[in-house]
Design a protein around this ligand. Structure first.
Ligand SMILES: Cc1ncc(COP(=O)(O)O)c(C=O)c1O
Length: 456
C-alpha cells in the first residue's frame, strides 16, 4: 500500500444487510405503479415481463419504463435514473438519439425491409472495412446470431469441430458457449440445451498461452473465440504478449480466430481490433452499435469469404452453409448502421467516451483510497468498475473474486433510490456519448455516500 494510505478497511456485512433491507423497502414504495403493472403482466408473461432478462438481471423488482432521453430514463412512477448500465452496452449512444430517430423514421416511411439489399449496405460495409480492417461483412439480428454463424463457417472451413473460449467468457445465448468448467470438464451452464452441446467446447484461462498451445496442438480446433478484453466478468485485460501469441498460435495450428467486439466496439474507434492492431479471421459485433436497434454483424477475411462464397446456400440445388434470416440486414438496420457510423461514432465521440471513462475510473480510485479500501478501479475506455482487490485480475477466475453479489445488489438499490441505474452484477459502470462530466461526478458522489455507510 502507498505509505500515505490508511490501513486497509473492509465492508461491515451486518450494516450492508440492514442497509439493503431498508433500501429495498424504499425502492418498492417508490415504484408502486411498476409493481402494479408487473402484477398485471404476470397474467400473460412469465415473471411479468416480455423477456426474462428484464426480471433476471436485477434483484430489485422489475420496473416498467415510460421514456428515455440522453443519459436518463424515467419509469412509470416518474422516477428518473441516470443510467450507468446502458442496457448492457446496447445504449452507448444515449436514449432518444435524434440522428437514429430520424434515420429510423425516414427509412420506415420508405419501407423497413425488402429481403433485398439497399444502397446503404455498400457504404456501411465500406466504413466497417476501413475502420476494422476486415474486407467482407454479413449482418444478423444480434451478436449471438453473429457468433453462431461464425462458429458454423469456421467448422466448415477447417473441417474441425472444437471451439476454444476463455474462462469468464460470454458470447451470447449459443449452445456451444453456454458452458462452464467443472472438475476439468466442460459442462452445460444453463438448462434445456441440446444433448452433447458442451462436447466440443474447451474453456481455458485467459492470458494462458501455454495451455492454449497445448490445446491447439491436438489439431482439432476450428475456432478460438474471445473478446479482446473480457467484459462479462468485470474486466480482464490481456497481458502485453497475449494477443500477439494468440494470433501466432492459431495460425501455426490451423485454427481460425474470432474477436468478439459486441461490447468493445464501443471502447475505441474501430473497436480494440483497430486500437490494438489485431488481425483476426473474423470480428463480431452487435447491439445495434449501441443504438439499441436489433442488429448484429460479422466481418471476415478474404480467405473466409472465399469459403463462404464457395458454399453458397441457394433454395435450389445442394444446400450450402446456413446463415441469414428473413429480417436480417434489413433496410432499417442498414439505415441506422450508416447513421451511427457516419454521424455518431466519430473519433471525437470516442474521445469523449474515453475521457469520461478515465474521470470515472480516477474518481473511483480516489474514493477507494480516501476510504482506505484496498480496491482498484477497472478501466478500459468508457468502462470502469470495482475490483475488490489491490491488483487487477488476469483471468476470469481471478476476476470472479470481485463479483460480490451482496455488495453489488445493495449498491444498485442504494443508487437507484438516489436516481442512478448502476451496472448489473457482471459488468461495471460505463458512460455513454450522452453523459457529461457532471453526470460522472454525480455517480461518484453517490458511490462515496454508499461506501461511507458500509466501510469499517
Ligand atoms: C461479448 C458478447 N458477445 C455476444 C453477446 C450477445 O449479444 P446479444 O445478446 O445482443 O445477442 C454479448 C451480450 O452481452 C456479449 O457481451
Amino acid at each position: 500500500m502507498p505509505s500515505n494510505a490508511a490501513s486497509p478497511r473492509s465492508i461491515d456485512r451486518a450494516r450492508l444487510d440492514a442497509l439493503r433491507q431498508n433500501e429495498d423497502r424504499q425502492f418498492l414504495s417508490r415504484t408502486r405503479r411498476s409493481q402494479a403493472l408487473c402484477q398485471q403482466g404476470l397474467r400473460t408473461m412469465p415473471y411479468g415481463v416480455p423477456m426474462s432478462w428484464m426480471a433476471g438481471l436485477y434483484r430489485t423488482a422489475p420496473i416498467y419504463i415510460a421514456h428515455g432521453s440522453g443519459a436518463y430514463f424515467t419509469d412509470v412512477d416518474g422516477n428518473a435514473y441516470l443510467d450507468f448500465n446502458l442496457c448492457d452496452l446496447s445504449m452507448t449512444i444515449g436514449y432518444g438519439n435524434a440522428i437514429v430517430a430520424d434515420a429510423l423514421a425516414h427509412q420506415a416511411r420508405r419501407g423497413t425491409q425488402f429481403l433485398l439489399p439497399t444502397e446503404d449496405a455498400i457504404e456501411v460495409t465500406r466504413m466497417l472495412s476501413e475502420r476494422m480492417g476486415l474486407p467482407f461483412w454479413q449482418f444478423t439480428l444480434s451478436a449471438s446470431g453473429a457468433n453462431t454463424e461464425v462458429i458454423r463457417i469456421a467448422r466448415l472451413m477447417t473441417g474441425r469441430r472444437r471451439i476454444v473460449i476463455f474462462g469468464g467468457h460470454y458470447h451470447g445465448h449459443i449452445e456451444e458457449t453456454l458452458v462452464r468448467s467443472e472438475n476439468g470438464q466442460t459442462v452445460p451452464d444453463t438448462a434445456g440445451l441440446s444433448p452433447g452441446s458442451a462436447a466440443h467446447t474447451t474453456i481455458i484461462p485467459f492470458n494462458d498461452l501455454v495451455t492454449l498451445e497445448q490445446t491447439l496442438s491436438r489439431g482439432d480446433v476450428a475456432l478460438v473465440l474471445t473478446e479482446p478484453v473480457l467484459t462479462n466478468c468485470n474486466l480482464v485485460q490481456p497481458s502485453l504478449a497475449f494477443h500477439e501469441g494468440l494470433r501466432e498460435l492459431t495460425r501455426r495450428h490451423g485454427a481460425l480466430l474470432c474477436i468478439d467486439e459486441a461490447h468493445t466496439l464501443q471502447f475505441a474507434f474501430g473497436g480494440l481490433t483497430r486500437a490494438w492492431g489485431l488481425r483476426p479471421d473474423f470480428v463480431t459485433a452487435g447491439k445495434g452499435f449501441g443504438s439499441g436497434v436489433a442488429f448484429g454483424l460479422y466481418g471476415m477475411s478474404h480467405a473466409v469469404a472465399e469459403c463462404f462464397e464457395r458454399n453458397f446456400d441457394s433454395d435450389v440445388g445442394p444446400r450450402g452453409i446456413a446463415t441469414g434470416g428473413t429480417t436480417y440486414a434489413s433496410a432499417l438496420a442498414m439505415a441506422v448502421a450508416k447513421a451511427v457510423l457516419e454521424e455518431i461514432f466519430t473519433e471525437d465521440a470516442y474521445q469523449h467516451l474515453s475521457s469520461l471513462g478515465a474521470q470515472l475510473a480516477d474518481g473511483l480510485d480516489a474514493i477507494f483510497k480516501r476510504r482506505g479500501l484496498p480496491w482498484t478501479a477497472f478501466r478500459c475506455g468508457p468502462r470502469s468498475g470495482f475490483c475488490l482487490e489491490p491488483s487487477l485480475p488476469r483471468t476470469g477466475d481471478e476476476s470472479a473474486n470481485s463479483l460480490d453479489a451482496e455488495l453489488i445488489d445493495a449498491r444498485r438499490v442504494f443508487m437507484a433510490n438516489r436516481g442512478i441505474w448502476d451496472a448489473v452484477l457482471s459488468a461495471g459502470p460505463q458512460v455513454s456519448i450522452a453523459h457529461t462530466s457532471s453526470d460522472v461526478e454525480t455517480y461518484l458522489q453517490v458511490v462515496d455516500e454508499f461506501l461511507g455507510c458500509i466501510a469499517v
